[in-house]
Design a protein around this ligand. Structure first.
Ligand code: GLP
Length: 244
């Protein structure tokens, strides 16, 4: 779906999420959201906060799983995804703290594999992800699944691509401060979500959006594996859709 601008698109996606949460609540069921960080979903989170504050949308029946986190990373660091999620969403809504899951950037290296296995188990125990929100990196990454990530990859520790570290440099006051690794849900983990909504805004994403939508499925552009999924929405503004 192509919107004239990201504002309208973000509001529309937030409303769809709100509808699912409310429908589930009416059935007395939990709603499991897969959440993303980065600049792309911030306006959508703002709208979800507004729906909570002004229209009584409750998140008491929501369980969330975030895609990724830098490694190593302290949760109270300026750049942590824990901090990001609290700042943009969790601190302003009524989600239960025990229902929030974000990969832990403080786990000891020898325990990362076990942590990742447990993260996947928690997703399964929650009944799987109902809606997975995604952004896309210039390398074609979803989550932090950099080029080389296969369709069957699972939650794991990965090495960040040089381009991704360049793109993150300003957040870290210089590329040399950007962590070299991250914990991310795998492509296979993401593909198990019942539905997927990928958002991309601006001309800087136009080339990778074209490769994702029209290119052949390949490990070198992990986002192309979304083509395999039966229920994916790609939500774009005009600029991100320019090369389609
Ligand atoms: C980061 C995140 C991704 C995100 C991507 C795009 O590296 N790990 O989940 O989709 O970059 O970021 P932005 O939305 O700021 O363009």
């Amino acid at each position: 779906t192509i919107y004239p601008d990201s504002e309208e698109a973000s509001v529309a996606v937030a409303r769809d999420i709100a509808t699912l949460i409310r429908n589930r609540a009416a059935e007395g069921r939990m709603c499991v959201l897969g959440l993303a960080t980065g600049s792309t979903p911030t306006r959508m989170y703002e709208e979800l906060v507004r729906l909570h504050q002004e229209e009584g949308l409750s998140f008491q029946n929501v369980i969330s799983f975030n895609l990724d986190e830098y490694y190593p990373m302290q949760p109270n660091s300026l750049q942590s995804y824990v901090r990001f999620m609290h700042e943009y969403l969790f601190d302003h809504i009524d989600i239960r703290p025990e229902n929030v899951h974000i990969p832990d950037g403080t786990v000891r290296q020898e325990e990362v594999a076990e942590f990742c296995r447990h993260y996947e188990e928690q997703i399964r125990a929650a009944g799987g992800i109902d809606i997975q929100i995604l952004g896309i990196g210039r390398t074609g990454h979803i989550g932090f699944n950099e080029p080389g990530s296969g369709a069957a990859s699972r939650t794991r520790l990965i090495t960040l691509d040089h381009i991704t570290r360049t793109d993150a440099a300003s957040d870290f006051y210089g590329e040399e401060n950007v962590p070299r690794r991250a914990i991310t849900m795998g492509v296979g983990t993401i593909l198990e979500a019942h539905s997927i909504v990928l958002l991309a805004w601006g001309e800087g994403k136009a080339a990778v959006v074209k490769r994702m939508v029209e290119g052949e499925m390949t490990d070198s552009v992990p986002a192309t594996y979304l083509q395999k999924h039966p229920e994916v929405s790609v939500i774009l503004d005009d600029a991100a859709a320019a090369e389609l």
